[in-house]
Design a protein around this ligand. Sequence first.
Ligand SMILES: [Zn+2]
Length: 66
Amino acid sequence: MSTHHTSTDDTNSRPKAVLFCPDCGHESGLSGDWIVNEGPERTTHTCPVCEATVEDRHRPEPMLAP
Ligand SMILES: [Zn+2]
């Protein structure tokens, strides 16, 4: 008798990219309800609740436009 039980680990069910608003504590994924402003060097996320700017880590990869 094999116990076929799927291990539901809550510790591993957390999404990787989650941004937190330092002002109101609003949390959402990178593709959540943030107001995304994609700049030439970095992408900023604006909180939809308090409109605070939550700066994400800037990507070091250069955008090589053909
Ligand atoms: Zn906020």
